[in-house]
Design a binder for this molecule. Structure first.
Ligand code: ATP
Ligand code: MG
Length: 258
C-alpha cells in the first residue's frame, strides 16, 4: 500500500444500459484527485451522476472506462479492507435494535469483543452527542438524531473515507445547519477524507475545501471551485460577503444548465 493516500479518479465514464437496451451515459471522462483528509462535495442537479460517482468509489459499481485508485488500492481492495463509511439520505437503522446496538452492528460483523464494542460505541455516541440516548430505539429519535446515528455507525469502524449521499436533505433547515456544523467538528477531529453529495449550493460551500460542480446529460465535472473560507466555520460565516461571492460564483456554473 502506498503511503500517499490520495483518491484518484482517472478519466472515469459510466454508461448504464436503459430499459430498451439504449445507452445512458451517466458520467463522462471525470478526472479528480482528492487529498487525504480533504472535504469535497459533489454538487449538481438531479440526474447529473453524483450517486453514480459515489457508488463507483465505493465499489458498488464498476466504471465503463477509466479507473479509480485509493491509496494505491482498487476500490474493491479498499472496500474489503473497510476503508469506507457510508451515510445515506435516510439512515436505514434497525428498528428492533437500540441506538447503541445499531452503532455496534458493523463492529459485531467485524467480530470485535464486547468490551471493544462498548468502548467504540461510547466514543461514537459521545462524538455525535447521543450518549444519553444509547438505549433508546430509532423511532424514539428525531430525524436529525437518527441521521447522527447513521454518521456514528459509519465512523465506528474507523474508515479512512466517509462517503455521504445527501445525508441532510430530508431535514429542516435549522436541523440541517446544525448537523453541518456538527459534521465539520467531527471531521476536524477525525481527519477523514469526506466525499459529500448534495444539490444544495450553500451546504456544499459551507462544508467543503473544494466543490465539484457536475452538470447533467451526460454528467460532466464542469468546474472545481476552491472554498478558501477560514476554518473552523460556524453559522455566522453564511452572512459574510466572501460566502455570498462564492455562492454567486458557483451559481454561475449552472447558468444554462437544465
Ligand atoms: N441502474 C441504472 N440504470 C439505468 N440508468 C441509471 C441507473 N442509475 C442511474 N441511472 C441514470 O444515470 C444518471 C445519473 O444518475 P444518478 O443517480 O447518479 O444521479 P444523481 O446526481 O445522484 O441524481 P439525484 O440528485 O436525483 O440523486 C441518471 O440519468 C439516471 O437516470
Ligand atoms: Mg443521487
Amino acid at each position: 500500500m502506498s503511503n500517499d493516500y490520495k483518491l484518484q479518479i482517472d478519466n472515469v465514464s459510466m454508461v448504464y444500459r436503459g430499459q430498451g437496451g439504449e445507452d445512458i451515459t451517466a458520467l463522462k471522462n471525470v478526472n479528480l484527485n482528492i487529498r487525504e483528509g480533504e472535504f469535497v462535495s459533489l454538487l449538481g442537479p438531479s440526474g447529473c451522476g453524483k450517486t453514480t460517482l459515489l457508488r463507483l468509489v465505493a465499489d458498488l459499481l464498476q466504471p465503463t472506462s477509466g479507473k479509480i485508485v485509493i491509496g494505491g488500492m482498487t476500490p474493491k481492495e479498499a472496500r474489503k479492507t473497510r476503508q469506507y463509511g457510508m451515510v445515506f439520505q435516510s439512515p436505514v437503522l434497525y428498528d428492533w435494535r437500540t441506538i447503541r446496538q445499531n452503532i455496534c452492528l458493523p463492529l459485531e460483523i467485524m467480530k470485535k469483543s464486547r468490551e471493544e464494542q462498548k468502548r467504540l460505541s461510547d466514543e461514537m455516541l459521545e462524538m455525535v452527542g447521543l450518549l444519553d440516548f444509547a438505549n433508546r430505539y430509532p423511532y424514539q429519535l428525531s430525524g436529525g438524531m437518527q441521521q447522527r446515528v447513521g454518521i456514528a455507525r459509519a465512523l465506528a469502524i474507523n474508515p479512512k473515507i466517509l462517503l455521504m449521499d445527501e445525508p441532510f436533505s430530508a431535514l429542516d433547515e435549522f436541523t440541517r445547519n446544525k448537523l453541518q456544523e456538527d459534521l465539520l467538528r467531527i471531521w476536524s477531529k477525525t481527519n477523514k477524507t469526506v466525499i459529500f453529495v448534495t444539490h444544495n449550493i450553500s451546504e456544499a460551500l459551507f462544508l467543503s475545501d473544494r466543490v465539484c460542480v457536475l452538470t447533467p446529460h451526460p454528467g460532466i465535472l464542469s468546474a472545481v471551485v476552491d472554498i478558501d473560507l477560514p476554518r473552523p466555520r460556524t453559522d455566522e460565516i453564511r452572512d459574510t460577503p466572501e460566502f455570498a461571492a462564492l455562492l454567486t460564483k458557483i451559481r454561475k456554473c449552472f447558468v444554462g444548465v437544465e
